[in-house]
Design a binder for this molecule. Sequence first.
Ligand SMILES: [Zn+2]
Length: 167
Amino acid sequence: MNCDKCETPLPARVRADVRYACGLPSVMLINVEVQRCTNCGNEIVHIPNITGLNKAIAEAVASQEDRLCGAEIRFLRKYLGWSGADAARILGSRAETLSRWENDRLPIPTPTERLLRVLAMSNRPVEFYEDMLGELGRERRHEGLKATLRDSVWMARRSHGADAAAA
Ligand SMILES: [Zn+2]
């Protein structure tokens, strides 16, 4: 394997503690495999299961006692796969306001911070939250719920629009 910056062949892997560049103030990866280019000093860090790593970090951040700082809010948003616009819709805010939270220029309201933490712990695809929370605040239009039993599994759906017709 060659250096991705200068093409010099890389030395053998060694174990080291390295900073994880994930946007958070200080995350150290302990005892991971690293190759340092002898020519340009470029460091290649070998991180197995990055998805699992990000999940572990997100859950630690989402369950910490301290209030979230801007970088932590941004990390959780990106972990959830949300753009700024997605986050604004789902959290019921505006993109400019979200940007201020993420840049520590405005404190995030406590209920919003709690919501973000809970959503980060459940980590569903962005469409799930969009469907659940994106339209919140609109005028009520559904009549109620229809609960149907199929193969011992209960499904409850809003009884307006296509769902009601299909049920
Ligand atoms: Zn190099």
